[in-house]
Ligand binder design. Structure first.
Ligand code: SF4
Ligand code: SF4
Length: 343
């Protein structure tokens, strides 16, 4: 939630935005207009990457203000019909619970089950975990990209209650969106979360530390596609670094990772193909220019959209869980582009 008491109208958030070209004066006038509820170009220019929440040096969370104003004004990046279509599609995915060891955590696959590598849950990584998937376990965080946070908030309590009924101490979230709702947004909305949300990177780090004898260092340079929504919980980046160390791979030190990561251009390619293609070229080209052997993905949306684009440009691609399985000797090191069914 935007915190006006932390904002001094410096404009740095929008000056640093990688998708717009505002002068300092323009950025200052835009943040002031947003705060005063006045018309602002940023409502349409913003591609909703959340990065300015990290750019703000005082933690005011300017993207959250953009998102709120987009909802109030109806001026937004995507048409509301797209948001309605997403809801119609993703709220009818059948639910499934595959019971595991009562003492072990649950693994949330939300509605993305078929978007992940098809044999992913066969891994020893997840042995004994209770697997849950389907619309009951879908966060709707995607609506932060649609200027419709009310849809996230309305569903948040039901989402937490659905997991609470599993009676688990811990729930491991593969999808960054769902982790963000459980770990960050639900508490922000005043909703008590009676289990510990565990990010998949934390879980993999824990598993790797308990099974160091199984690790065969990969000795590869891997570019990481950081999901936009991960900017809500930047503290978990330490698990990403630890993960790369444990699997014996270098997280390629490239321009567009960490704070300067680029959006996968999901959605943008439809709305503004020229801009979307430019972002993809910059992102994949940056990985290649820094000597990456492969690009790895955490978000199923990034994986779905970008892995084929990487392959077309001669860069191998793989989901992070596959990368972990390669270091555990379950899979050979090879490209594993998205080949799931549509979700
Ligand atoms: S939100 Fe942060 S970076 Fe943006 S104008 Fe306010 S203080 Fe400056
Ligand atoms: S959310 Fe991203 S695209 Fe939107 S203003 Fe902030 S940095 Fe720019």
């Amino acid at each position: 939630m935007f915190d006006a008491t932390r904002c001094n109208d410096c404009g740095d958030c929008f000056v640093q935005c990688q998708y717009i070209d505002y002068s300092q004066d323009k950025a200052v006038s835009e943040i002031k207009a947003l705060k005063q509820g006045m018309p602002a170009d940023i409502l349409r220019d913003c591609i909703t990457c959340v990065a300015c929440n990290e750019y703000c040096p005082s933690g005011a969370k300017p993207f959250d203000l953009i998102c709120a104003r987009q909802e109030e004004t109806g001026i937004r990046f995507v048409d509301v019909a797209v948001a309605d279509f997403i809801d119609e599609t993703l709220t009818i995915v059948p639910n499934e619970i595959i019971e595991g060891d009562p003492e072990k955590p649950a693994l949330s696959l939300c509605v993305m089950g078929h978007a992940y590598p098809p044999d992913m849950t066969d891994s020893a990584l997840f042995r004994g975990l209770t697997l849950v998937r389907g619309s009951d376990y879908y966060s709707r965080i995607v609506h932060l990209h649609n200027g419709l946070e009310s849809r996230v908030k309305e569903h948040a309590r039901q989402f937490i209650d659905n997991f609470a009924r599993l009676n688990k101490k811990e729930v491991v979230f593969v999808h960054d969106d769902c982790y963000t709702l459980a770990a960050i947004k639900a508490p922000e909305y005043g909703i008590a979360v009676p289990f510990r949300p565990v990010h998949i990177f934390e879980y993999m780090v824990r598993y790797l530390k308990e099974h160091t004898d199984r690790i065969v260092p990969l000795n590869k340079k891997i570019a990481y596609q950081r999901p936009c929504i991960s900017r809500y919980a930047p503290e978990k980046e330490r698990y990403v670094d630890e993960f790369f160390q444990l699997i014996g791979a270098e997280r390629v030190k490239r321009k567009h990772d960490r704070r300067d990561a680029l959006c996968c251009a999901f959605g943008l390619l439809e709305i503004n193909p020229e801009k979307g293609t430019d972002i993809l070229e910059r992102n994949i080209g940056d990985a290649q220019a820094h000597g990456a052997d492969a690009m790895t993905f955490l978000c199923p949306g990034c994986y779905w959209l970008m892995s084929g684009q990487c392959e077309d440009r001669g860069l191998a691609s793989m989901f992070v869980i596959d990368l972990c399985r390669m270091a555990l000797g379950e899979l050979p090191f090879s490209s594993r582009p998205w080949n799931g069914s549509q979700y």
